[in-house]
Design a binder for this molecule. Structure first.
Ligand code: NAG
Length: 227
């Protein structure tokens, strides 16, 4: 049992050792009614993640920190979450693009009630020219647990190359939404978890078997039989 607990603690390390990872863990809020008539959430043209469409390959703009900002802000929509369930959002990027990421989630009311957040979201939304306006559904409103995800990307390198010091290239990143199973284990770690559990069970029985063999060999009865 202690072995299993240890494995559960080690799982995130195993999963995160291949690239740079930053993450945030949150409980999905209660579902709310969202208007389907424009202007609505779709009008913001944010890239969206849902539990069914959980990985986004994207390019995130970054910049060096200055007295006015920590970096470049991008906004994403986390949609159709399972309300009151624990989820994790990870951003993974290659070590060849040294960047600091800060992830935060906000409810709709937090964003629309905070001047700083709404103006940041509005200016990000303006930069996203998305001419393909999806046909809106016939329903007047839908009900969903949604959150805004704010990603702040800060360039974290120094080079003598002036071009690179003035224009920070876009950072190739994967953003992954991962619901937790029973609020304990991220879903994507389930195969690794099962694998380690099977190994642990086999090791348990194998060690018992080996111990049995050794104790047989060491027992006085064994000696008698051999004589
Ligand atoms: C600076 O970096 C840019 C972008 O990677 C590259 O195209 C350019 O050749 C570099 N300049 C020098 C002097 O290395």
């Amino acid at each position: 049992m202690q072995l299993l607990v240890l494995f559960v603690y080690l799982l995130p390390w195993i999963a995160s050792s291949f690239a740079n990872v930053e993450k945030t863990i949150f409980l999905a809020p209660e579902a709310i009614k969202i208007s389907q008539h424009p202007p609505n959430l779709e009008t913001l043209h944010l890239e969206a993640l849902t539990p069914f469409n959980h990985t986004l390959h994207t390019q995130v703009p970054a910049s060096f920190p200055n007295p006015d900002s920590r970096g470049t802000v991008s906004w994403f929509l986390l949609d159709k979450l399972q309300q009151e369930q624990r989820h994790e959002v990870r951003i993974c990027w290659t070590a060849t693009q040294p960047t600091d990421f800060t992830l935060d989630t906000f409810t709709l009311s937090e964003v629309f009630g905070t001047h700083e957040l709404i103006s940041s979201l509005a200016s990000y939304s303006e930069t996203r020219l998305n001419p393909s306006i999806r046909p809106s559904s016939k329903r007047a409103e839908r009900s969903a647990s949604v959150l805004f995800l704010r990603v702040v990307a800060t360039a974290d390198y120094y080079t003598t190359n002036k071009t690179l010091m003035h224009n920070v290239p876009l950072v190739d990143a994967d953003i992954i939404l991962d619901p937790f199973i029973l609020n304990i284990l991220p879903q994507s770690l389930l195969p690794t978890g099962l694998y380690l559990t099977i190994i642990a069970v086999i090791a348990w029985y194998l060690s018992g078997y080996i111990w049995h063999i050794f104790s047989e060999i060491a027992s006085p009865d064994h000696d008698k039989k051999r004589r």
